[in-house]
Design a protein around this ligand. Structure first.
Ligand SMILES: *Cc1c(COP(=O)(O)O)cnc(C)c1O
Length: 828
């Protein structure tokens, strides 16, 4: 990637007030504790102390932040705007300390003030503004953009309530609201003077402007105010701080004042509630759409805020509106912000008076779209009547975009009306729908999948018609994760070991870990590797005891499956494996078996009954297995409640075995798979998503592969798949299924798991039974190899050494070069 050098920053980076000596930091922490938090050192709770430390760190970011913005302006560069309904950032403090190289002085300053940095870091409540992989990807990309010096702004919603927190009661998931702002958020800065207004509903009307041109104006029924809250995103030792701008919805006083004055007090208050509800809560569904009005209102809210903000910044820099696309590259993280295509057209045509053709040229050279799913139920579409009532002007614009687009399709594919109907942005069936993926494809100059297989399946299936029309638009960018948070911050023990051997260059060039390859053959290094891994497992063991009351053996194999609970991810296949081992031990209580600890974690969407039943099944099996004397510590099953980024940081590093067992062709990429392997876990997995590329990178001999391929999954289903026949012919599978249906794990209740078992026996859409024996056999190979600890360590080291490709820095370089065409900046 091309690098632009920069003159010295305009703003002085360090002055007395923001010096980084231990003495200066102590002074600053105490000042912030006193003047900002409003307490004294003696009275401060750890929570308050955390806030003071966070302010102290933020103070040291501000100069970089302003310098970064000044540089972007001065160099007149193209800026990437990453639009995402979710940003699953995780706690900021430890990551900022690493990236700013402040960890040691802050640790010492905090210690000299009588506190422990580890304890202080634990006080931070994480902003859970995302569901899982998609939101976490956005967070990793922000980290990499700031590290590489890619000019970027993240745009999203400042939800008052993030993803619910999960409790387990009697084995069932219970959802509690996540009021993450309870103690305030020291990282954000509210900028009310940069607020914008966003309309909803109402009608459109035609008018003629002074040049005699026919124009349309939207007269919304209600208007809300969007207020930006900015959080600095600092790069790893790059001196750069980019901006995460999250918008909060508020009522516009002036608007409701009218109603208030006319005596409609109820109406005024209802309007206020409407406005404040928009950014109230994150929808807790992963991979499944919720066709609710509020969801569309949220999507339009932040997208409109973002576009208005960009146009304001563009014009403020003294530029003309018709160069907008040269200065802004908008990445749509899934279809959630794809209404932006119509909104930018509206702003350009209705508000800025451009003609349609010019506006379309700008719009279609600004947007790019990342698709994240192959599940048909996750493709967003809005009922047209609902869409019309919320965004009447946008529906008109979409109809115009669609009419012009479909005439292009007709030109290309003469007479193929079936294709025209498939590609139409409006689904004309039934009550009619607006298809957001079609809008995103039409309005974007690049469309990407998130792993090689995923992109191929998009071209072959989900977006095939679009690929055939515009093959040049399609490109793959395999996901990545940041090695700062997912290795350095979360696994300091292993990081230190690596750095001792190969230096710390891997932190922003993960390929440098290749140098560890040779050490896989070094017995002393392997022994050291195992000692470190044991320490990390002891750390998790203590956490497990504290969180669940279950004591596990850190010398046992940690076999881990953590991710959102979903049928396609097949947590229940893992349960079938556990029960298969359980019955082997029941038959032969003296069977020699290396002890395994099975760790599960993940949230189920509150309305997803089958996923919640899978959680109950895991906990029911745990209850029986963990207390059965025949098992004698050889098997332990633990469900870790409330899986989030903080818990992930504890779990990924401690895993020996990473479970990536989705039905082939269903997981777009996965990123958990990368975090595990980077930390030296071996993967057992299917040929799905990025598993395929991970296996190629680490070596096929260092990866436990099982199961049908995506093609075989399709042909199996096409040939009339009969799961019951597999059940009837496999005595081990039968034993497991029968034991669940007999009530052995549900206090004799034979109905509890009936929906799950009926589905498996009758349709099994995710092919657990088809993959069962292959999975069990593969797990037996895992057990065999684990007995040879030297061999296991060799394989683990090679995994960690060969994961360079899966750094999000590589992903961001590819986006920068192949999609955004932006140059990186270095501050000097
Ligand atoms: C990485 C991550 C995910 C994604 O995990 P997958 O295994 O790729 O589904 C979900 N949630 C959290 C908290 C994560 O850190």
């Amino acid at each position: 990637m091309e690098k632009l050098a920069f003159p010295a920053p305009i703003v002085q980076i360090e002055d007395d007030r923001t010096a980084t000596s231990v003495e200066a930091l102590k002074r600053a922490i105490l000042d912030n504790l006193y003047y900002i938090v409003g307490t004294t050192q003696a009275n401060a709770s750890n929570q308050e102390f955390f806030a003071a430390v966070a302010y102290t760190v933020r103070d040291r970011i501000l100069a970089r932040w302003f310098a970064t913005l000044a540089c972007y302006k001065q160099q007149d560069v193209r800026v990437v705007c990453y639009l995402s309904a979710e940003f699953l950032m995780g706690p900021h403090l430890a990551n900022n300390l690493l990236n700013l190289d402040l960890e040691e002085p802050i640790r010492q300053a905090v210690a000299e003030l009588g506190r422990d940095l580890g304890v202080i870091e634990e006080q931070e409540s994480e902003p859970g503004l995302g569901n899982g992989g998609l939101g976490r990807l956005a967070a990793c990309y922000l980290d990499s953009m700031a590290t590489l010096g890619v000019p970027a702004i993240g745009y999203g919603i400042r939800y008052e309530f993030g993803i619910f927190s999960q409790q387990i009661r009697d084995g069932w998931q219970v959802e509690l609201t996540d009021y993450w702002l309870r103690y305030g958020n020291p990282w954000e800065i509210r900028h009310p003077h940069e607020a914008v207004e966003v309309g909803y509903g109402g009608r459109t009307e035609g008018w003629t402007d002074s040049t005699g041109r026919y124009r349309v104006r939207w007269v919304p029924a209600s208007v809300v105010r969007g207020v930006p809250y900015n959080t600095p995103i600092v790069g790893y030792r790059s001196g750069i701080a980019n901006d995460l701008r999250l918008w909060r919805s508020e009522s516009t006083e002036s608007f409701y004042f009218d109603r208030f004055n006319s005596g409609d007090y109820q109406g005024a208050v209802a309007g206020k509630t409407f406005a404040e509800n928009i950014s109230k809560v994150l929808y807790p569904n992963d991979e499944e759409i919720q066709g609710k009005e509020l969801r569309l209102q949220q999507q339009y809210f932040f997208t409109s805020c973002a576009l208005q903000d960009m146009i304001r910044l563009h014009l403020r820099a003294g530029r003309q509106i018709d160069t907008f696309h040269e200065k802004w590259a908008i990445q749509l993280n899934d279809t959630h912000p794809s209404i932006g295509v119509a909104e930018l057209m509206r702003l350009l045509v209705d508000e800025h008076g451009l003609d349609w053709e010019k506006a379309w040229e700008i719009t279609s050279n600004t947007f790019s779209y990342t698709n994240h799913t192959l599940l048909p139920e996750a493709l967003e579409r809005w009922p047209r009547p609902m869409f019309a009532s919320i965004l009447p002007r946008h529906l008109e614009i979409i109809n115009e975009i669609n009419a012009r687009f479909l005439s292009e399709v007709r030109k290309h594919f003469d007479g193929d009306e079936a294709r025209v109907s498939r590609m139409s942005i409006i689904d004309e069936h039934g009550e009619k729908f607006v298809r957001m993926a079609n809008l995103a494809c039409v309005g974007s100059y690049r469309v990407n999948g998130v792993a090689a297989l995923h992109t191929e399946l998009l071209k072959k299936e989900v977006l095939r018609d679009f690929y055939e029309l515009w093959p040049e638009k399609f490109i793959n960018v395999t996901n990545g994760v940041t090695p700062r948070r997912w290795l350095a911050v979360s696994n300091p023990e292993q990081s230190a070991l690596m750095t001792r051997r190969v230096g710390n260059g891997w932190l922003n060039n993960l390929d440098e870990l290749k140098q560890l390859e040779g050490l896989a053959e070094d017995a002393a290094f392997r022994a050291e590797w195992r000692r470190v891994q044991h320490d990390v497992k002891v750390r998790l063991t203590n956490y497990i005891l504290e969180a669940t009351g279950i004591s596990v053996d850190p010398s046992s194999m940690f076999d881990v499956l953590v991710k959102r609970i979903h049928e396609y991810k097949r947590q229940h296949l893992k349960v079938l494996h556990i029960l298969t081992l359980y019955f082997r031990l029941k038959r032969k209580p003296n069977l020699e078996m290396a002890p395994r600890t099975f760790l599960f974690g993940g949230k189920a969407a509150p309305g997803y009954a089958m996923a919640k039943l899978i959680i109950k099944l895991i906990n029911s099996v745990a209850e029986v297995v963990n207390t059965d004397p025949d098992v004698k510590h050889r098997l332990k099953v633990v469900f870790l409640p409330d899986y989030d980024v903080s818990l992930g940081q504890k779990v990924y590093p401690a895993a020996d075995l990473s479970e990536q067992i989705s039905t082939a062709g269903k997981e777009a990429s996965g990123t958990g798979n990368m975090k595990f392997a980077m930390n030296g876990a071996l993967t057992i997995g299917t040929l799905d998503g990025a598993n395929i590329e991970i296996r190629d990178a680490v070596g096929h001999e260092n990866f436990f592969l099982f199961g049908l391929t995506a093609d075989q999954v399709q042909s199996t289903l096409a040939q009339g798949y009969r799961p019951r026949a597999i059940y009837e012919s496999n005595p081990f599978l039968r034993e497991v299924i029968d034991s669940i249906s007999s009530g052995q794990f549900s206090h004799r209740d034979q109905n509890l798991f009936r929906p799950l078992l009926d589905q498996l026996l009758n349709s099994d859409p995710y092919l657990l039974f088809a993959d069962y024996q292959s999975y069990i056999d593969c797990q037996d190979r895992v057990t065999e190899i684990y007995r040879d600890q030297e061999q296991w360590s060799r394989m683990a080291i090679l995994n960690a050494a060969r994961m360079g490709k899966f750094s999000s820095d590589r992903s961001i370089r590819e986006y920068s070069e192949n999609i955004w065409r932006v140059a990186a900046i270095t501050l000097c």
